[in-house]
Design a protein around this ligand. Structure first.
Ligand code: MN
Ligand code: MN
Length: 367
């Protein structure tokens, strides 16, 4: 359990006159407690009363794992045949003073669960939303979080190496995906942060393309977008490589995207606006006349989930702060012709940006 994070939450509760917080998004539970679990349809929740210690409510089969991963946190388990809400309310009403106002995550809690709790606690108000507070807290990563994210980034580098080695004439996109995930899992990675993307030739010209039976041919670009979840934290990186010599257009597009990626990364430091970083990459691409083919934001925050705040996008004038982590991922996609994206996630330090992934970004030619 992170005492600092719980203390920060309680400070906010105190100021907002909230006496209980109910956290049920599994990635947020992990953020506060160090325990990660996907409960599916079962109830998993962290309860934080302002005036007494928090407790974690878990299915009975998770109690042991939860105890192993959280220090000094009370764990309460329930059996599948028991009604979780009766037990939760019993635990809540045991504490004094009696609760008056609950804060909850409005974008995570389903209506039936909210009603199950609210009907049993008729004198309690449930108006405050915890989601914006937690999102704000998660913007700045601690040194421990940064260290884990560097490890997650290293696994993305390992994945690129496996993928690049697999490229040969006639292999399909899906076969390379399978090999990358198989090799990583054999080495101890338990899950990818999203389905691995390998796209070749004109398939790469769709920014949201799906790998399939398409076979790789000579003189095509191959785009890899991938990441892992490591100790609860995500990585996300993209490289585009050339199988045999690239055409002039392919080489030119790659060079422009690379310039945009490097220039935007150089501009990162505390105090600049998120929108200004997006603009730098976009200006590079439009100076070559390809701005119409860069049709997504420059980047997104990353942490316990693969997409979180801050969004690096036009219109977001949020000031960048030390400790923020986000992607820089410009791309140019000319339909049916060529697609290039280059992506690294970075950590903002006092002076600039540190990359989580180290695989070279210049156009690699694979023979
Ligand atoms: Mn990304
Ligand atoms: Mn990506």
């Amino acid at each position: 359990m992170s005492i600092e994070k719980i203390t920060q939450l309680k400070k906010w509760m105190d100021a907002a006159e909230i006496d209980w917080s109910y956290i049920s998004d599994p990635s947020h539970i992990h953020y506060f407690t160090g325990f990660h679990s996907e409960p599916h349809e079962r109830v998993l929740a962290l309860f934080v009363p302002l005036n007494s210690p928090p407790f974690l409510f878990v299915p009975a089969l998770e109690v042991e794992e939860a105890q192993k991963n959280t220090q000094d946190l009370a764990i309460i388990g329930y059996l599948d045949r028991e009604n979780p809400w009766d037990i939760i309310v019993h635990e809540i009403l045991k504490k004094t003073p009696q609760p008056k106002s609950f804060a909850l995550e409005k974008n995570a809690l389903t209506l039936d669960r909210y009603e199950a709790l609210a009907q049993r606690l008729p004198d309690v108000t449930f108006s405050e939303d915890l989601t914006p507070l937690i999102q704000r807290m998660q913007l700045q990563k601690t040194p421990q979080e940064k260290a884990i994210m560097l490890e997650a980034g290293h696994w993305a580098d390992v994945a690129f190496e496996i993928g690049f080695k697999m490229i040969h004439e006639g292999i399909s996109e899906q076969e390379i995906v399978a090999e990358i995930e198989y090799q990583l899992k054999k080495q101890g990675v338990t899950s990818m942060s999203f389905d691995t993307i390998v796209l070749a030739g004109s398939n790469a010209a769709s920014p949201h393309g799906e790998p399939g039976t398409n076979k790789i041919q000579k003189n095509e670009l191959v785009l890899f977008d991938l990441g892992v979840i490591w100790k609860g934290y995500c990585s996300d990186a993209t490289r585009t490589v050339s199988y045999h010599e690239p055409t002039d257009l392919q080489a030119k597009i790659h060079k422009i995207v690379l310039e945009a990626q490097i220039e935007a990364t150089k501009a990162i430091k505390p105090g600049v606006k998120a929108s200004a970083i997006d603009k730098i990459a976009r200006d590079v691409i439009s100076s070559y006349g390809y701005d119409a083919y860069f049709n997504h934001r420059l980047g997104h925050g990353i942490g316990t989930t693969v997409h979180e705040f801050p969004s690096i996008v036009e219109g977001n004038d949020l000031l960048i702060e030390e400790g923020m982590c986000f992607s820089i991922e410009p791309g140019i996609y000319i339909p049916n012709q060529v697609g290039v994206r280059i992506e690294d996630c970075i950590y903002v330090n006092k002076n600039g940006a540190e990359n989580f992934t180290k695989t070279p970004k210049s156009l690699q030619i694979i023979n």
